[in-house]
Design a protein around this ligand. Structure first.
Ligand code: PLP
Length: 521
C-alpha cells in the first residue's frame, strides 16, 4: 500500500485534534444559539467569546475588532467593502480622493476580485493598479514610495500562497508612515508561521482562514484596527455586535478558538527551527531526486513550509502524476486546462521563465507534520527521482508530441463509467479490455497496478497512445475501458478513440484516486 503523504498544506490542512474536540464538544454539549438569553444560549455565547478572546491575544489585536466570518474570502470582502464605503463617504463629503486602488501583483484572486467587484458595484470609478514585485517576489518599494500619494487603498499580502514569499511589511509600513491610505494585509498564509502583533503595526485590516491552520473549513476572521472604518457586509439578526449577521458557526468558531489557544500556549505546533530543519531535509531530497531542479523563489525569503520548484524537461502534470504514484500529494503551481498548463500569474509577475512557470510544483507542509513524516516524504521523493531518471527522457520527448486529436461534438456520448457501475460493466462485458494509460515511471515510483479478476489489462501510456493504437487496429473492434490516476488522461485517450470511430469505449471516471476502499487492486 502506497503511503499517503499529503504535502499541500497551503491549500488546506486536516482538522487538528484540539480543534475537532472543541467543535464536537459544542455540537454535543453546547448547541445553543449564542443570541439566546437562557442558559443554553449563555453557554454557547461563552464559547464564542472564549474563542474571540483567544484570537485577540494570539493575533496581538489589542483593542482592534476580531469578527468571525465564513472564511478569508468573506473577511476580505468585508475589509474591501468597508474601505471603499469610507472612500465614497470621503468623496461625497467633498474631500479630494487619491485615485488608485493599489493591489500587489501576487495577491490571491479573492483580493483582486473583491476590489474590482466593490469598485464597480459602489460605482466609485477608482483605478485598479497593480504594484509590481521584483524577481524575488517582493513588492517594489521604490515604486510604492512614488505611488503612495495617488493611493487610496493598498493591498499587500503577508505571505504568498504559491511561493511562500514573505512580504516586507515593515518596509511597506515605513513608507505608509504619514499616508492616509487604508492598508489591507491578507494574512491567511502567515498564521502560525510568522509572528503577528497586529496592534503594534499600521495594518488596518487583516484576513485569516481557519482551515489553513488545522481548524475546520467554513470559519475565518477579520481584524479591523481600532478606529478604522467598518461597514457591515451582512445585516440581519445583529450577531457579532451587528458587524456580521447570521447565527454563528459555533462548532467552526470553537475549533478555530482551540487553534488560537494552542498558538498562545505554544505547545502544539512545530517551532521555526523545526520547520526550517524540515525544509532543509526536503530541499536535500529534491536536489538528490531531480538534478537540475530550480526553486522559483529564494528560500531565505520564504515561509519555511512552502517550496515552489520546477524540473527542466518535466511538465507540472508529469510531476504531479509521478509524485502521486509515490503517494505524495502536491499542487501544480499553475492552472491546468485540458492538459495544457497555463503559466502561474504569480510566477509570471516575478518574471520567472515560461518553462519554470508552466512546470511549477508547490510542495507545502504544515506545523503539525512530524519529523518521521518528513523523512518518509524525503524517501518517497528520492524514489520518484530514480523512477524519473530511468524513464523521464522518454517521457519528456513524448510530451512534445502533438496533442491527441479530439472528436467532433457529434461523436461525443457518455463515456464516463463510475466505480459503482464497474462490477456490472465487467459482468456484462466479459470481453472488455482494460487499458491503463499511466506512464511506466508512475508504476516504477510505486503506483498500485489495477486489474480486476478475469480481466486483462494492457498498459498503453498516454505519451505513446496514438501510435500504439494505430499499430493495433484490432483494438478498434473490442469494448475498451480506459483508466488512469485521476480520470483526466483516460478521458483524453477515450475521446481520441471516439474521434477515430470507436463505438464502445468508456473511461473510469475519477480514476484510481477514487477507488473505494473495498475494491481490491
Ligand atoms: N488568501 C490567501 C493567501 C489564500 O491562500 C486563500 C486560500 O486559498 C484565501 C485568501 C481564501 O481563503 P478561503 O478559501 O478560506 O476563503
Amino acid at each position: 500500500m502506497t503511503a499517503h503523504l499529503y504535502l499541500d498544506s497551503n491549500a488546506t490542512t486536516p482538522c487538528s485534534a484540539p480543534a475537532r474536540e472543541a467543535a464536537l464538544h459544542v455540537m454535543e454539549h453546547c448547541f445553543g444559539n449564542p443570541s439566546s438569553s437562557h442558559s443554553e444560549g449563555l453557554r454557547a455565547r461563552q464559547w464564542l467569546e472564549r474563542s474571540r478572546n483567544a484570537a485577540q491575544r494570539a493575533l496581538g489585536a489589542g483593542n482592534g475588532r476580531c469578527i468571525f466570518t465564513s472564511g478569508a474570502t468573506e473577511a476580505l470582502h468585508m475589509a474591501v467593502f468597508s474601505a471603499l464605503c469610507e472612500l465614497r463617504r470621503r468623496r461625497d463629503a467633498g474631500a479630494a480622493l487619491a485615485p488608485w486602488l493599489l493591489v500587489g501583483a501576487t495577491e490571491h484572486k479573492a483580493v483582486l476580485q473583491a476590489v474590482e467587484h466593490w469598485n464597480n458595484t459602489l460605482q466609485l470609478g477608482l483605478q485598479l493598479r497593480t504594484l509590481p514585485v521584483d524577481a524575488s517576489g517582493r513588492h517594489d518599494l521604490s515604486l510604492l514610495r512614488n505611488w503612495l500619494p495617488q493611493t487610496a487603498l493598498l493591498c499587500t499580502m503577508a505571505a504568498n500562497n504559491e511561493t511562500g514569499v514573505i512580504s516586507d511589511l515593515a518596509g511597506i509600513e515605513a513608507l505608509l508612515h504619514d499616508s492616509p491610505a487604508l492598508w489591507l494585509v491578507d494574512s491567511v498564509q502567515a498564521l502560525g508561521k510568522l509572528p503577528l502583533a497586529l496592534e503594534q503595526t499600521r495594518i488596518d485590516y487583516a484576513s485569516f482562514s481557519g482551515h489553513k491552520l488545522y481548524a475546520p473549513k467554513g470559519v475565518g476572521l477579520l481584524y479591523v484596527r481600532a478606529g478604522r472604518p467598518f461597514t457591515p457586509l451582512i445585516v440581519g439578526g445583529g450577531q457579532e455586535a451587528g458587524q456580521r449577521s447570521g447565527t454563528e458557526n459555533l462548532p467552526g468558531i470553537a475549533g478555530f478558538g482551540a487553534v488560537f489557544e494552542a498558538l498562545e500556549r505554544g505547545d502544539l505546533f512545530a517551532d521555526a527551527t523545526t520547520l526550517r530543519a524540515h525544509r532543509e531535509a526536503l530541499v536535500r531530497a529534491l536536489h538528490d531526486a531531480f538534478p537540475g531542479l530550480v526553486f522559483n523563489a529564494p528560500l531565505e525569503l520564504c515561509l519555511p513550509t512552502t517550496l515552489n520548484f520546477a524540473v527542466p524537461g518535466a511538465s507540472s502534470r508529469q510531476l504531479m502524476n509521478l509524485l502521486e504514484a509515490a503517494g505524495i500529494q502536491v499542487s501544480a503551481g499553475s492552472a491546468c486546462s485540458a492538459g495544457q498548463a497555463a503559466g502561474s500569474p504569480v510566477l509570471d509577475a516575478m518574471g520567472r521563465p515560461d518553462w519554470a512557470s508552466r512546470g511549477a510544483i508547490r510542495l507545502s507542509f504544515g506545523p503539525l507534520d512530524s519529523s518521521d513524516f518528513i523523512d518518509k516524504a524525503c524517501a518517497a521523493l528520492r524514489r520518484c527521482g530514480a523512477a524519473w531518471a530511468s524513464h523521464g527522457a522518454e517521457a519528456a520527448e513524448a510530451a512534445l508530441s502533438p496533442v491527441l486529436q479530439q472528436p467532433a461534438d457529434a461523436a461525443l456520448h457518455d463515456i464516463d463509467l463510475g466505480w459503482s457501475a464497474l462490477d456490472e460493466y465487467l459482468h456484462h462485458h466479459p470481453e472488455a479490455l482494460l487499458i491503463d494509460v499511466r506512464e511506466p515511471y508512475e508504476l516504477l515510483a510505486g503506483a498500485a497496478a489495477f486489474g480486476p479478476a478475469n480481466h486483462a489489462v494492457l498498459h498503453l501510456p498516454l505519451s505513446r497512445f496514438a501510435p500504439e493504437i494505430k499499430a493495433r487496429p484490432e483494438l478498434m473492434h473490442r469494448p475498451l475501458l480506459l483508466l488512469c490516476r485521476s480520470g483526466n488522461r483516460s478521458r483524453e485517450a477515450a475521446l481520441h478513440l471516439l474521434a477515430l470511430g470507436h463505438h464502445d469505449v468508456r473511461q473510469l471516471a475519477g480514476g484510481l484516486a477514487l477507488r473505494p476502499a473495498e475494491v481490491p487492486a
